[in-house]
Each structure stands twice: as structure tokens, then as C-alpha cells.
Write a protein that binds this ligand. Structure first.
Ligand SMILES: [Zn+2]
Length: 323
């Protein structure tokens, strides 16, 4: 299902850098990409037109996973029944904040530059509410992930971004940081790659149980998520999915805890969705209340890269909850 004849976007080649030494520019030679730094000279493959730019030493993934087309974190080849079930069973997820946030992100990024460039980390499939960004022709979008997918243009690991310093105007990390080994390192890489004043947008879960098996490591409180971006001035922050959605997740995983058999678990998933999907609608009321800062299903942060570190005392003073 990988895009056939997908060619490397030549426009991004000048801003690509070797993910291993971080300084070497990259040159395409036949079906390989070579680091031009004489002290490094790492070589990276291009598989089905998609560059595989990994620093294997720091990554959970290896180049051979991609050469053999092994499913890494995410498989989008669902069975017919699973695809049908996804279509007809109401979802317990409703990220109704993302549209407003994306409108703002697009506006801010377009204000920065006539032809801005934005990087999507973890963008193998179209993320929730990302349609408008993808259709904004004036923004050059670079969609990357550690898995092949319908939108993956480049395989790279957020711990070692293969881009030069100060080279992009915006970065999206939607539901990514809970799945990385070292979120601080990934945010530090995003900071390096963003231009001064560049815009970052991140969404991460708080009350959501394990949802990508072994690739699920971290949860953030609202304030913890803000602190992760302490080298960014706050533009906006808040909840994506409120306490209703958090309750639906907990209810589903409570029920699932009784069963180990895959067949029963699938029945429970359907049952849980049918009996709790309405909770997300209550969030449209609760989202305006301060309690969401203590009890939401997930949070977002939008910020601007600045040349300073926000003091932890200032961050703590910005706590918006009630507990
Ligand atoms: Zn290199």
C-alpha cells in the first residue's frame, strides 16, 4: 500500500541533513542518499521513493524494518470487517477543538513567510482535523513518520530529525509524544529545526489508557505538557476531549480488563463504544469549565519558539485547574 513511484520532493533536499551527524548535507546518488560530511559518510536507502533517514543508534527502529516493509508502529491495512465496524460504530473520540486550533496554526504560519514550510511528525495517516492544513496550498507540508502510510513522505525518528537548524516555520506533533522514548529530546529537536518565532502545535493524552501496545510510554498533565515546551512562549493551551471522553476511555478499559480472549475483547470494544459514545457530547459543555484542566482526556499546547527558557515558577503560576 506504499505510494508507487513516489519521488523525493527535491524542494526539501536543501534543508535535509544527515540524522547521524546533523551537519552533513545529503546528496541523492542512484537509489541512495549519502551524507556529504567526510567524517560521517553515512548512506541511507530510498524505499519506493521514500527516504529512510534514521539514526539507528538512537532509534527503536532500524532501516531493515523498512527495507522488508515490516509493520512498525502502525498498520493501516485493516480487515474489511474492522473497516466496516469503524464506519458504523459511533466513536468515543471527539476532538472538537482541533479545527479551531488548526485554523489558528495555519494563520500564524502563513503570517511568518510567503511560502512557509511546516513539518508533520507522526503523519503517516491524515490526523484528526488536519484536512484544512493539507489543503492549504501556500504551506509546503513535509509529512514524516516511523511507519509507511498513505501520507508518509519521509521516514524519520523525532529523536533525530534529518533537517537543518532553523529550517521550518511550523511543526505539528499530534498524539506523538506519548509514543516516543524521550519526549524532551524530541521537543529539543523540534526546537532546533524550527525558525526563531516558529510555531509548534502539540496534542497529547492525559486520561487515555495504553493504545499503541508496546509503543506507548508517557502521559502528561496539562501543566506537565506546558512545561515540556518551556523554550516556547504560550500562544494557547487547553483540553482536547474533556472529562466525558476520559470517562469513556476508563469505562472501556475497565470492561476490557475482565477478558483476555481476543474475540471477547472485540465484542467488549463494540459494547463499550455503543454504551458510552454519548459522553463526548457532554464535553462540549464541560470544556468551558476549569475542571477540564485536571480531568480531561488530552491537552494541546500551541507556542512560539523564543530564545529563552520560561522559568518553572512562572509555569507553575499558570496552572488553570481547581484542585
Ligand atoms: Zn552524516
Amino acid at each position: 500500500m506504499v505510494k508507487e513511484n513516489h519521488v523525493i520532493n527535491i524542494k526539501i533536499l536543501p534543508i535535509l541533513r544527515c540524522p547521524v551527524c546533523k551537519t552533513g548535507s545529503l546528496k541523492v546518488e542512484h537509489s541512495l542518499i549519502k551524507c556529504q560530511n567526510t567524517g560521517c559518510q553515512n548512506v541511507f536507502p530510498i524505499i519506493d521513493g521514500i527516504p529512510i533517514l534514521l539514526n539507528e543508534k538512537n532509534s527503536l527502529f532500524s532501516t531493515t524494518d523498512f527495507i522488508s516493509h515490516k509493520a512498525t508502529t502502525f498498520s493501516f491495512n485493516h480487515s474489511f470487517w474492522m473497516s466496516l465496524a469503524k464506519k458504523i460504530i459511533p466513536s468515543m473520540i471527539d476532538n472538537f477543538q482541533v479545527k479551531k486550533n488548526m485554523d489558528r496554526f495555519i494563520k500564524l504560519v502563513l503570517n511568518k513567510n510567503e511560502h512557509p514550510r511546516a513539518l508533520v511528525i507522526g503523519g503517516s495517516i491524515l490526523g484528526e482535523g488536519m484536512d484544512k492544513l493539507v489543503n492549504t496550498k501556500d504551506i509546503e507540508l513535509i509529512e514524516t513518520d516511523v511507519s509507511f502510510g498513505e501520507r508518509t513522505a519521509l521516514i524519520c525518528d523525532a529523536h533525530d530529525l534529518p533537517f537543518m537548524d532553523n529550517s521550518v516555520d511550523g511543526i505539528i506533533l499530534q498524539a506523538v509524544l506519548e509514543h516516543v522514548i524521550d519526549p524532551n529530546q524530541c521537543v529539543s529537536e523540534a526546537y532546533r529545526v524550527l525558525k526563531e518565532g516558529g510555531i509548534i502545535y502539540s496534542e497529547t493524552p492525559f486520561i487515555q489508557q495504553v493504545h499503541m501496545g508496546k509503543y506507548d510510554f508517557t502521559r502528561y498533565t496539562e501543566l506537565g505538557h506546558r512545561r515540556l515546551f518551556r523554550k516556547f512562549d504560550e500562544i494557547d493551551r487547553g483540553a482536547v476531549g474533556g472529562p466525558g471522553m476520559a470517562l469513556a476511555w476508563s469505562y472501556r478499559y475497565f470492561l476490557l480488563s475482565f477478558f483476555e480472549n481476543k474475540y471477547f475483547r472485540n465484542i467488549i470494544k463494540v459494547f463499550a463504544n455503543l454504551t458510552s459514545f454519548y459522553l463526548k457530547y457532554i464535553d462540549r459543555y464541560l470544556i468551558k469549565k476549569r475542571g477540564v484542566f485536571d480531568a480531561a482526556s488530552g491537552y494541546y499546547f500551541m507556542g512560539k519558539k523564543v530564545n529563552k527558557i520560561i522559568d518553572d515558577r512562572i509555569i507553575i503560576e499558570s496552572y488553570k485547574g481547581l484542585v
